[in-house]
Design a protein. Sequence first.
Length: 185
Amino acid sequence: MANEIIEQAQDKMAKANDALRKELSEIRAGVANPSILRNVNVDYYGAETPLNQIASISVPEARVLLITPFDKSALKDIEQALFAADLGLTPANDGSVIRLVIPALTEESRKDLAKEVKGIAEKSKVAVRSARRDAMDASKRALKDGDLSEDEAHQLEDDIQKATDAATKQVDEIAADKEKELLTI
């Protein structure tokens, strides 16, 4: 019983950290990263299709994304989808590929993005603490129902707290890495 509770808590905490990594990967840091196009869908023959399924996305230079459609007739649709996605980037269509040039970030925009990273990290910490609360409640229920002894319950609560501390530390490390990436010129 105790193992199930701690495993569920650790799983929820790991998912919170994975969600944090995913969300932070979508923040532009002044360098080209194909993940900023993850949510772009193209109207391809009447069906909403993710961009990465109808085109290859590469990074030929540090601040350039190169989008090469598998079907050249989809070039206009891709360009329209990029405008509609409101990424703050202007696509350059040369007839066979689309280039997205990522502008360098100003110091002010870097600081704003760093604040956004802190806010996103705090949401992740809330999710970790929520997983901790759920695990603690499950531990108390198991103790009340007689599934755990007093000693097992106290040990489980200690293990839950250790898992929470580790997950929170990992959130801080992930956020610090992203802030460092944003603030280095």
